[in-house]
Ligand binder design. Structure first.
Ligand SMILES: Nc1ncnc2c1ncn2[C@@H]1O[C@H](COP(=O)(O)OP(=O)(O)O)[C@@H](O)[C@H]1O
Ligand SMILES: [Mg+2]
Length: 283
């Protein structure tokens, strides 16, 4: 089932920059989709169309069978939640709790229901103990989590995040990505992230589209998209580090590897399989 459909989307900024040059995507309900592309490829511009923050110059966005242009903004915000790249662009209220309550308070819910949602959302992002804390005193990672909680409190069907791991330390990256994976797997929330991190894509996402110069140039499972480093270099990306090693072993050292493993675990299994017979003959 298609939840969001992007059809022939073109977008020109007022200064004449053509940021999107005909984008088509079907977002399947329940998937974890990565929009992968170098800086300036059009990821943010595309995401801002998915909840109506930007209006297409040409083309349309269809949400559950209805054009976004025919829906009220409140109907769209309820279903599609957007987490900006920089949490400082999103946080409005003085404290964590007030900020997370901002969205649900605009849904005409009862006070108890609002507070219920706020506490549930803070629990999910592991920020409950900071509920009363002043936003100004939070670390960058805690701000990011507060933003995610604010969107989760709206109970969206689709969660859109622009570069959710940028600016986080390795531990922060892991915990945010694990949270997104859990929300996707356990709660069935459709997740769309924009990223330029090739290492994260095969570990966490089920499908990837590669953007370059405002167009989608490739789409599919990470395995079918990350086939060689040259194609990725053309669009200013590279293979995941572990796949770079496996590609060198294949091309230079003639290891018989068909499909490039993209994660450490898959590479490990492939290498054990390749090395085992050799070790056996030696012994
Ligand atoms: N407000 C704006 N006005 C004019 N041009 C913009 C604006 N925002 C982005 N652009 C341009 O649109 C293109 C796509 O940018 P963006 O969507 O931010 O890419 P990404 O998120 O992949 O880095 C770039 O060429 C960028 O310079
Ligand atoms: Mg961007």
């Amino acid at each position: 089932m298609i939840t969001l459909k992007v059809e022939g989307l073109r977008y020109k900024y007022p200064d004449g920059t053509k940021a999107l040059n005909g984008v088509n995507i079907d977002v399947i309900k329940g998937e974890f989709l990565a929009i992968l592309g170098a800086n300036g490829s059009g990821k943010t511009t595309l995401l801002k169309h998915l909840n109506g923050l930007l209006k297409p110059t040409f083309g349309s966005i269809i949400l559950d069978g209805k054009r976004l242009s025919e829906l009220k903004p409140s109907e769209v915000f309820r279903k599609v939640g957007m987490v900006f790249q920089d949490p400082n662009d999103q946080l409005l209220a003085p404290t964590v709790e007030e900020d997370v309550a901002f969205g649900p308070a605009n849904l005409n819910l009862k006070y108890e229901e609002i507070m219920n949602r706020v506490m549930n959302a803070l629990e999910l992002v592991e920020m409950k103990k900071y509920a009363k804390k002043t936003i100004n005193f939070l670390s960058y990672g805690q701000r990011k989590r507060t933003c995610i909680a604010g969107i989760l409190a709206m109970e969206p069907e689709v969660l859109v995040l622009d570069e959710p791991t940028s600016g986080l330390d390795p531990d922060g990256v892991k915990s945010v990505m694990k949270l997104l994976k859990d929300l996707n797997r356990k709660r069935g929330i459709t997740i769309i992230i924009a990223t330029n991190s090739v290492d994260l894509v095969p570990v966490y996402t089920t499908r990837v589209v590669i953007m370059d110069k405002g167009k989608i140039i490739k789409e599919g499972t990470p395995e079918s998209v990350f086939t060689d480093s040259r194609m990725l270099e053309d669009v200013k990306l590279e293979l995941p580090q572990i796949a770079q090693l496996m590609e060198v072993l294949r091309n230079k050292d003639k290891f018989p590897i068909n499909e490039l493993p993209l994660t450490i675990e898959k590479a490990r299994r492939e290498l054990i399989n390749l090395i085992k017979p050799v070790t056996l003959t030696v012994n």
